[in-house]
Design a protein. Structure first.
Length: 701
């Protein structure tokens, strides 16, 4: 561990670093180490919400704009802090719940509330609306108006009346995000998610009949992972994603640095590059304008992440120096509508007097302003009706794709047969539920019961049948890649509860068949005959169905593809042989030392003290051997786990490249070769390097 948070952030140099790296100390307003649960340092989500969320919510009720954004490398806990899970709800659900609890307490005849939400994703510098059924198929334009500032043209802003409404919309938005990410083989950790809550308070004076409004906007931002491209191993399209993400985050860093300098009195006229990326453009007001903004910096204490951890904390250290000047947004809509109408009149006058060559530009500005006026003058009843219409359209689209409309996901319908998606992102994992019919067709064509899109998915990909006796089978179509429990299947295959299915390149699912558990069937079968070896393996696997996650499914596909050419098995076998040899050498060396001690002792002293001394020496020797063996085994296990992760990642990219080459009719076969660098070989092993490379080298497609 390289992070010490007893009094302030103290970043230690990694012990195993080749170079002695400097140590740093930083002071941050909140220091909440969230280690494993039930440990001394564990801090739950409730504490984080009390320290951060309650203050932001209070500012929103006072009429201020507010923002919380989470920054850090992938896997450090950004999404967990913002969204959480079923047991530990994150900031967003807690804030939304507290929002409506307070509204229910304060709302009366003279004080009413209206709440609207929007949910968007920024991926590769493109904005997608996650609440619009058609939003994932097209990118929206970001515009800036002199009155409204930066905004997304065409972004859905839906009316909600309860916490359940927000939860439902967020669930539907995450489903849209999951479908789009899987179909396009994107990584959700490489995108920014922005959830906006707009709270409008109307205050009535019952005696005079006058009224006033306060409007506040709360932006909750889950940024993409901030790790270096070299560490992700990205290439090609992934490298493009990384460059766009680095562009967004580096621009965010430049904006924060410029604003921090301005707040410190340095370079007051310094240019702030808001428009260099979509992210900073949309967060312009939150970063340096009319907003109360908080930043969550998530870090990893692992020594391997030293540079990312230090970079994140420096980022936070600069951000806390920014001083925003937020103001209460009183009666903003009336003022904005008035200014927009004045602008429309001016544009109409200019348009009538303008030259023909300038008319198109003025006409576009006029249409834009008129559109904004229409959006601002929509009544609350019309907004509620629009929300209902969009919800119905979204439901129809999800139904056409075979996705269940239940918002609670995997916990719904445990007695039914269904497929559940597996995703690398915990926030999107087990989010999509596809209920199975007696005869279910899977493919990319619109006539299929379950519609999947992406690399390797055929118009008619496979069929799943449920027989009257409960037997469930999968029948793949010709040239349609289907894998069950990691093994490629080309004919009718029986399915059991908990089986993992891969269709195409990256559509991973787990099947739920509550009445067809392999372990129960094997118990009945055991009464009549002896279990085969593979059935015993299957039974042991079935006992750990809860562990069948995305990583497990991906790992078994890669390992079964390698089969007998698995380099990890070869390395493990070689390690065990070397370990036995080394232990034997150690044993012989210590026996020689013991023999020398015996010879050094005289017969009289050997009789008096030799037995105790030799016994103590033998115990000490055995302890040293055991300690050395444990340290060596632990180092090997860690190295093997890291190598396994790299092999899976490399093979996943190779599989994608081969699918793309096949679809493009390119006669190209990409392969991965594992080789031992000469620098890692000792002198006596270099003689055998050629033979070892032949043994440890594996070519696979």
């Amino acid at each position: 561990c390289i992070v010490n948070t007893i009094s302030r952030w103290h970043i230690l140099s990694p012990e195993n670093s080749r170079f002695r790296l400097p140590e740093y100390s930083l002071t941050c307003p909140f220091q909440h180490p969230c280690y494993k649960e039930k440990t001394f340092y564990f801090v739950g989500q409730e504490v984080v919400f009390k320290c951060l969320g309650e203050g932001i919510l209070e500012k929103a009720f006072q009429g201020y704009n507010a923002c919380i954004f989470a920054y850090g490398q992938t896997g450090s806990g950004k999404s967990f802090s913002m969204m959480g899970n079923a047991e530990q709800l994150g900031l967003i659900p807690r804030l939304c719940c507290a929002l409506f609890q307070r509204i229910s307490r304060e709302e009366n005849e003279s004080h009413t509330f209206k709440v609207e939400v929007s949910y968007m994703e920024i991926y590769n510098e493109k904005v997608r609306d996650l609440l619009d059924p058609k939003g994932s198929r097209q990118s929206l334009k970001v515009r800036e108006h002199k009155v409204l500032g930066p905004y997304v043209d065409g972004l859905s802003q839906l009316a909600v009346t309860s916490f359940e409404d927000i939860g439902s919309l967020m669930s539907e938005g995450n489903k849209s995000r999951t479908v789009a990410a899987t179909n396009m083989n994107e990584e959700s950790s490489r995108s920014h998610a922005v959830f906006n809550i707009i709270v409008t308070q109307t205050l009535y004076d019952l005696q005079s009949g006058n009224s006033g409004e306060k409007v506040s906007k709360v932006s909750l931002v889950d940024l993409a992972g901030s790790e270096r491209v070299s560490k992700t191993g990205a290439a090609g399209e992934r490298l493009k994603e990384g460059s766009n993400i680095n562009k967004s985050l580096s621009t965010l860093g430049l904006v924060i640095s410029s604003l921090a300098d301005q707040s410190a009195g340095k370079g007051k006229n310094k240019f702030v590059p808001y428009r260099d990326s979509v992210l900073t453009w949309l967060l312009k007001d939150n970063l340096g304008g009319n907003s109360q903004t908080a930043m969550i910096a998530t870090i990893s204490p692992a020594a391997d992440n030293y540079e990312e951890t230090l970079s994140t904390l420096r980022y936070a250290d600069r951000a806390k120096r920014i001083v925003n000047h937020a103001v209460v947004n009183e009666d903003p809509n009336a003022r904005v509508i008035r200014e927009l109408r004045e602008e429309v009149e001016k544009l109409k006058e200019q348009l009538s007097q303008a030259e023909a060559m300038k008319a198109p530009e003025l006409k576009e500005k006029l249409e834009e302003s008129e559109k904004l006026i229409r959006e601002l003058t929509v009544t609350w009843e019309e907004k509620l009706r629009k929300t209902e219409e969009i919800a119905q359209e979204r439901q129809k689209q999800l139904e056409s794709m075979g996705i269940s409309l239940e918002s609670s996901g995997i916990k719904v319908g445990d007695d039914k047969c269904y497929l559940v998606n597996l995703n690398a992102d915990p926030a999107l994992n087990e989010l999509l539920v596809y209920y199975l019919k007696d005869h279910t067709r899977v493919g990319a064509d619109t006539s299929q019961d379950i519609q999947l899109f992406g690399i390797g998915i055929q118009p008619e990909h496979c069929e799943i049948d449920i027989a009257p006796d409960g037997e469930v089978t999968l029948t793949p179509k010709e040239n349609a890649r289907s894998c069950v429990n990691g093994a490629l299947v080309c004919s009718v295959t029986q399915l059991w509860h908990g089986d993992r299915i891969l269709w195409g390149n990256n559509h991973f699912f787990r099947i739920n068949l509550p009445k067809r558990k392999r372990r129960d069937w094997l118990k009945d079968f055991e009464k009549e005959t002896v279990l085969a070896e593979h059935d015993l393996d299957a039974a042991s696997e079935a006992s750990s169905e809860a562990d069948y996650n995305y990583e497990f499914a991906q790992m078994e596909v890669i390992m079964k593809t390698l089969n007998s050419n698995d380099p990890l098995q070869i390395l493990e076998k070689q390690y065990l042989e070397e370990k036995r040899s080394a232990l034997e050498e150690q044993r012989m060396m210590y026996e020689r030392e013991l023999e020398q001690l015996r010879q050094q002792l005289s017969p009289e002293r050997q009789h008096q003290h030799g037995s105790d001394r030799l016994s103590y020496t033998a115990q000490s020797v055995q302890q040293k051997v055991n300690l050395w063996t444990e340290e060596r085994d632990e180092l090997f296990r860690q190295s093997l786990a890291k190598l396994r992760e790299q092999i899976v990642k490399a093979n996943t990219l190779v599989r994608e490249a081969n699918f793309l080459a096949e679809e493009m009719s390119k006669l190209t076969d990409y392969q991965v070769t594992l080789q031992i660098p000469a620098a890692n070989l000792s002198a006596n092993r270099k003689v055998r390097s050629k033979q070892e490379q032949e043994k440890c080298s594996s070519n696979f497609s």
